[in-house]
Design a protein around this ligand. Sequence first.
Ligand code: COI
Length: 353
Amino acid sequence: MAISIKKNKTQASRIHLCDFENIEFGKIFSDHMFKVDFIDGKWQDGEILPYGEILMAPSISALHYGQAIFEGMKAFKGADGNPQLFRPLENFKRLNISAARMGMPQIPEEIFIGGLKELVSLDRDWIPTKEGSALYLRPFMFATDDFVGVRPSSNYCFIIFCCPVNSYYPKPIKVKVEQKYVRASDGMAGFAKAAGNYGISMLPSMEAKKQGYDQIIWTDGRTHEHVEESGTTNLFFVIEDKLILTPALDGNILEGITRDSCLQLLRKEGYTIEERKISIKEIIAYAKAGKLSDCFGTGTAAIIAKIAAIGFEGIDYELPPAENRKVSNWLFKTIYGIQTSTVKDEFNWIEKV
Ligand code: COI
């Protein structure tokens, strides 16, 4: 199905306002966005329009009951200077998995990928090229019925906007193992990229910040003994630079695309990988024995976020200095290299715009 996209281009680009040398994550938006409405059971024509405010009724259930989902993805400039996307079909599939869980309609590939490519092509000059930077893309869908009863909405809006970004975490982060609050439990929506999963992380991360941490590590809802994910990334633990441990996809954690990319690269490189339940006590025992050689989070925004220290039961367990992290340094170089075409794309992860 070819989609029809109306184009309403900006008359006044804001690109001269962007200081590409000093970009702060998530604060500056490119000139355009892509928008399409779902009305009476049908996706309408798409529209490219200047990035800006949108009209909505105060009663929409996205605002009241959280029928809202999103994706995070990135565009880069390839060796030929043209824009390219990293594994966009995986984001498309995951958005629809989130939509199914939240009782929202499926979005066709033509709309998601078609809109994305039109938008990135139009705003290609906003793609930064400094190491670690990218054009961050935020596709999202939310319920728009003007109705305050609790029922799945009949109308939805899908938008994609872009922001030029640097690395989400400019330096290694200190994380606290969270054992009071819970992000997800069996049967909930932990695997979905649903707005509410991030909303409930705000208070625990504020409390962790007050205690000197940058982020939390969620633990399982039943026993608080097993690590799940951090507030913004999936988690990897490296034992003596040989064995890689990462929590299994058990329905309670996000099925990270960067997580999957890391696993494929590490497997190819010959590392031993265990995807399973990981007890925090096991990790702390490795840290105490000096065997925890690396620990990092993975995500689209963060790419690879090195963990500097893990706080557990009032004690901070320090990890080796960033420059000595064999696995995370190699993964960052390889993934960012593939994304920007300085490393061969052996897995066919790059999609030209
Ligand atoms: C991403 O990595 O794209 C995310 O959605 C995480 C968000 C906290 C920026």
